[in-house]
Design a protein around this ligand. Structure first.
Ligand code: GDP
Length: 196
């Protein structure tokens, strides 16, 4: 696949600062350390573009990347930090929740869940948030190279179970930023929903 033209566009901490050019947006969400930066960089074939967030609390904003002048990738703050203050969590939660529920140009939400662990309560809260939204939603299982085929199938089943409990039908794509597994599939979804 051709290397996409991607560049950092803007960090947003306030609703008023969201881009107003109407381009479709693909948002990436997941707990901190799930492999979000790595997956973004692998998708864009741009090592180091999205900074890996090994320091909890570093990623506190919605980071917009402009891709092929056709769409945005939106890196949402990782959730599940223990060290951020309650007030901060509440404020960030509000912006992200509003973004996910009200943003007219949001074309797809890619929810990242670690292949090695069953969905956490916060992962399930994210599913709850997406339930009843009309925006297309899919789950990318990250770091699939770290687990055996059996364990990978089990990870898919665990996520399926959590979705079924919510009567949700959502694509689940095992991915690896290291081997490239699932990236082509992911691009297919991104192109389908964002470019019509
Ligand atoms: P973020 O906090 O969600 O942005 O996560 P990072 O992208 O910084 O990744 C967290 C850690 O997981 C880093 O040590 C990465 O090298 C590692 N990692 C990320 N993606 C993969 C993957 O696909 N395979 C493997 N084996 N490790 C990964």
């Amino acid at each position: 696949m051709k290397k996409p033209a991607a560049r950092f566009f803007r960090s947003v901490t306030r609703w008023e600062d969201l881009p107003d050019d109407g381009l479709p947006e693909v948002a990436f969400a997941g707990r901190s350390n799930v492999g979000k930066s790595s997956l973004l960089n692998a998708l864009l074939r741009a090592p180091g573009l999205a900074r890996t967030s090994s320091t909890p609390g570093k990623t506190r904003q919605l980071n917009f990347y402009r891709v092929n002048e056709q769409l945005y990738f939106v890196d949402l703050p990782g959730y599940g930090y223990a060290r951020t203050s309650q007030e901060e969590r509440r404020l960030w939660g509000r912006l992200i929740t509003r973004y996910l529920q009200e943003r007219p140009t949001l074309a797809l939400v890619v929810h990242l869940i670690d292949s090695r662990h069953p969905p956490t309560p916060l992962d399930e809260a994210m599913m709850d948030l997406m339930r009843g939204q009309h925006v297309p939603y899919l789950i990318a299982l990250t770091k699939a190279d770290k687990v055996s085929g059996n364990r990978r199938a089990q990870a898919v089943r665990e996520v399926e179970r959590a979705l079924q409990a919510r009567a949700m039908e959502v694509p689940i794509i095992p991915t690896s930023a290291h081997t490239g597994l699932g990236l082509r599939d992911l691009w297919r979804w991104i192109e389908q929903v964002s470019l019509g």
